[in-house]
Design a protein around this ligand. Structure first.
Ligand code: ATP
Length: 311
């Protein structure tokens, strides 16, 4: 009974602390996500974070294997190398392990075997904070703080001023939208404020990453369909963002990765094919049939569109 009482008291304390700190659930999730689960090694080294100080980074996965629990392997012997500034795409069925590769790079988990190197240094020997500062993530679903749009963008670089924020928003193709809001950058968004569409949230995430200026980009392509104009704006902004940076894209639509330097096709945690879009199409294997299937789906959707057109 005493234990129960103590548990309840401490729960109450946590609740009170959260309330007084005005931390809401969204923020808590974001904060928890940034809490290092894996401790820094003794004498951990600092990885330069920003593109403008150190240029793009080199990334290497060397025979990386991993499972969330010992009984079920999720990745087996995954190897790839991204030269500074290169773009790598991860494609494959749902559950193939694409996001898991991103989580390992971010060091939310350590591999069971094999190693992950950035600029030829094992990420186990890097300070967690510097590793995470060097990676800009544009997730499928952006979590926004219950705060102003300006705050949400500046979160990428707390010392940013109004001009920096607006510049980032322009590059992310979201400034014109923000300018239409009565309170502009002071508009409160999130659960208790203005609800934004998936595409608007994603462009705010892009603006945040532009300010953060990371050497590495991790893009998790949205699965939900966006309207074509929004999609074009987002793809344009992402292309600008990734041009000089080493980029790993978790892709759901093959059309958005055809220009990547290397495409890895994953199947149940193994790389079963790799190469450029052209080479993979010519090889006539798994990727080629995925491409054909997606092409047909898109053509079908296109036909519907044509039927509805009046001109
Ligand atoms: P999708 O295209 O659906 O996003 P994915 O290729 O990114 O899929 P992952 O998210 O990497 O796949 O998941 C790979 C496997 O790992 C899945 O079977 C999933 O159920 C499992 N998995 C993912 N996260 C966890 C976790 N935190 N704990 C246990 N298993 C997990």
């Amino acid at each position: 009974l005493i234990a129960l009482y103590e548990a309840l008291t401490s729960l109450g304390w946590v609740y009170a602390a959260l309330r007084s700190a005005r931390v809401d659930l969204e923020q808590m999730v974001a904060l928890l996500d940034e809490t290092p689960e894996i401790a820094d090694a003794e004498g951990a080294r600092i990885l330069p974070a920003h593109l403008d100080e150190a240029g793009p980074a080199a990334i290497r996965f060397e025979r990386v294997s991993f499972g969330y629990d010992a009984k079920r392997p999720i990745l087996t012997d995954v190897s790839f190398a991204a030269e500074p500034g290169a773009s790598i795409a991860l494609v494959g069925e749902t559950g193939a392990g694409k996001s898991t590769i991103g989580r390992l790079l971010f060091r939310s988990y350590d591999p069971v075997s094999g190693s992950i190197l950035i600029d030829d240094q094992n990420i186990r020997g890097l300070s967690q904070a510097s590793l995470r500062a060097a990676i800009g993530v544009v997730p499928q679903d952006t979590v926004l703080f219950n705060d102003t749009i300006g705050f949400n963008i500046a979160y990428g670089r707390p010392d940013a001023d109004v001009a920096d924020i607006e510049h980032a928003a322009r590059l992310a193709r979201v400034h014109d939208f923000i300018a239409t809001l009565p309170d502009g950058y002071d508009t409160v968004v999130g659960e208790r404020g203005l609800k934004l569409s998936g595409g608007e949230k994603q462009r705010i995430a892009i603006a945040r990453v532009i300010l953060k200026d990371p050497r590495i980009l991790l893009l998790d392509e949205a699965t939900s369909a966006l309207d074509t104009r929004t999609e074009r704006a987002i793809l344009g902004a992402l292309r600008d963002l990734s041009r000089a940076r080493t980029t790993i894209t978790i892709a759901h639509r093959l059309s958005s990765v055809r220009h990547c330097d290397e495409i890895l096709v994953l199947d149940r945690g193994r790389v079963v094919e790799r190469g450029t879009h052209g080479a993979l199409l010519a090889a006539g294997g798994r990727y080629a049939s995925m491409w054909l299937a997606q092409d047909m789906e898109e053509a079908e959707r296109g036909e519907h569109g044509d039927a509805q057109r009046v001109d």
